[in-house]
Every structure is written in structure tokens, then in C-alpha cells.
Design a protein around this ligand. Structure first.
Ligand code: ADP
Ligand code: ADP
Length: 239
């Protein structure tokens, strides 16, 4: 059974650029998939079309039993709440504490006023602290997120994505702003937290060696087309 399916998906932007061309793929539980390809090959367009941050031109995307292309309003928000996102530049609220940033993920779009007033349910707070421990950040819970190192910020990003028990994790260049040793910590944590919970991961990467090392499957994109889809071992045979 697949949690996510692209069925002949094409994306043409307003300027005529065709960022995805007839893309078909299925994602199954437990997979750790790297999407690799040069800059401009369509990796972020692919990830962003899953939560409908961009809408596609042709074809259908099915996620958790729903046709994403048809979702609007409350149904779209519900769908997005099942997706954990991790960004290259972390997208944390730097004035808020580490703990508040993690809780922000739990409350999703409703976080604003409850968060400001500190009205987080006790169960959510406990869950947030447990996740911070898992990320090795329990000492930093009350620190401002803006004062952390890059690697620590991304660990907050992982905790924030995981706290909502997502059905998939979408990671857009999660290590592109990190030095090699922090990058390794982040990839190890991403893989272990996801595998432990059975959450499939789609990770945009431009480092082929990292993709080879961590992935159960690699998808290669070139100019919007899938040019490779298989196990890391068979990629090394084909290059
Ligand atoms: P759409 O065609 O999906 O409506 P827009 O043209 O409104 O997208 O652009 C959305 C965002 O992407 C804007 O912030 C814009 O500056 C940025 N953008 C526009 N053209 C490009 C491009 N060629 N590459 C990357 N980003 C772009
Ligand atoms: P990657 O993530 O692999 O770098 P992108 O998905 O960002 O690739 O971009 C794929 C192609 O679509 C590129 O040619 C890029 O310039 C173009 N593109 C991306 N976003 C926009 C946009 N909002 N408007 C117009 N063109 C865009």
C-alpha cells in the first residue's frame, strides 16, 4: 500500500518553465527516499506540490487516500497537518524559545494566540520535552531558538515536524546550510526518528554520497523528469 502517489504529474509555472514533466512515483511506509538532481531540476517543486504550496498543472497527487489537487479550505489544512516539513533554513521563530518552537508544530495553523499566551496543553508540553531529549536538546528548551547553532536549529526543526505525528516527512535540503559534522548528526537523527516511527521520508539532497549512504531508494531528477528510481546499489552501477 502506498501513502503517496504521483500519477503523471506535470508542473508548468506562469513563466512557461516546465519544472515537473510526467512524474509518476509511489511512496510506501518506512521508505527513506532521497531526491537528487542539479539545481533547477524540480526537487523543491516536487516536495511543495505534495502539501499544495504550489498547485500542479496536469496529473494527480494522492496522499493518505485523498486527491491533493482537489483539496481546498479545511480539508487542505487537515491534509497539511499530516505532513512534517523540514527546511534548509529551519524556518524557526527566533524570538521564541526552543520549546515554543516545537509546540508550534503541534498547534499548526492555530498556534498564534494560544502560543503567545502559553496555553499549551500539558500533554503537548510533555511530548515536546520528550522529543527535545531525543534530539539531545533538553538543556536548551528555554533558550531562544535564534541563539542556537545551525545543527541545533535543525534538530528543533525535526522535533517540530515530528510532534504532530505526521504520515510523511518532507525535507527540503535539510543539510545544505550545515558543516559536514552537523550534517551527519542531522541525517542520523532524521533517519532514526523516522524509521523508529515508520514515517516515510522524502529528502531533497544535492550530495549524492549522502543520498547513497542513508537512502533505501534514490530518485534522480533532471530538468523535471525522473531519470533514475531505484536502490542506491543500482545507482552506483549506472554511473
Ligand atoms: P506561480 O507561477 O506558481 O504562481 P509565482 O510566479 O507567483 O509562482 O512565484 C512564486 C515565488 O517564486 C515568488 O516569490 C517568485 O519570486 C519566485 N520565483 C519566480 N520565478 C522564479 C524562478 N525562475 N526560480 C525560482 N523562484 C522563482
Ligand atoms: P530545484 O529544487 O531542483 O533547484 P526547483 O523546483 O526550485 O528546482 O525549480 C525547477 C525549475 O522551475 C527551475 O527552472 C526554476 O527556475 C523554476 N521555478 C521554480 N519556482 C518557480 C516559480 N515560482 N516561478 C517560475 N519558475 C519557477
Amino acid at each position: 500500500e502506498s501513502i503517496l502517489t504521483f500519477d503523471h504529474v506535470t508542473k508548468r509555472y506562469g513563466n512557461g518553465v516546465c519544472a515537473l514533466k510526467d512524474v509518476s512515483l509511489s511512496v510506501r511506509p518506512g521508505e527513506f527516499i532521497s531526491i537528487i538532481g542539479p539545481s533547477g531540476s524540480g526537487k523543491s517543486t516536487l516536495l511543495r506540490s505534495i502539501n499544495k504550496l504550489i498547485s500542479t498543472t496536469e496529473g494527480n497527487i494522492f496522499f493518505d487516500g485523498e486527491n491533493v489537487s482537489a483539496l481546498r479550505g479545511g480539508k487542505l489544512r487537515k491534509n497539511r497537518s499530516k505532513i512534517g516539513m523540514i527546511f534548509q533554513n529551519y524556518n524557526l521563530v527566533y524570538n521564541l524559545s526552543v520549546l515554543q518552537n516545537v509546540l508550534h508544530g503541534r498547534l499548526g495553523h492555530m498556534s498564534g494566540i494560544r502560543g503567545i499566551l502559553g496555553l499549551y496543553p500539558e500533554a503537548d508540553k510533555e511530548k515536546a520535552w520528550t522529543l527535545l531529549e531525543e534530539m539531545g536538546l533538553e538543556k536548551f528548551g528555554y533558550n531562544k531558538a535564534g541563539n542556537l547553532s545551525g545543527g541545533q536549529k535543525q534538530r528543533v526543526g525535526i522535533a517540530r515536524a515530528i510532534i504532530q505525528d505526521p504520515k510523511i516527512l518532507l525535507c527540503d535540503e535539510p543539510i545544505a546550510s550545515l558543516d559536514p559534522s552537523s550534517a551527519k548528526v542531522i541525517m542520523d537523527l532524521l533517519k532514526s526518528t523516522a524509521q523508529k516511527r515508520g514515517i516515510p521520508c522524502l529528502v531533497n539532497l544535492h550530495q549524492v554520497d549522502v543520498a547513497m549512504r542513508y537512502s533505501t531508494r534514490i530518485i534522480g531528477l533532471h530538468a523535471g523528469e525522473i531519470v533514475f528510481d531505484g536502490e542506491p546499489e543500482s545507482l552506483s552501477d549506472s554511473v
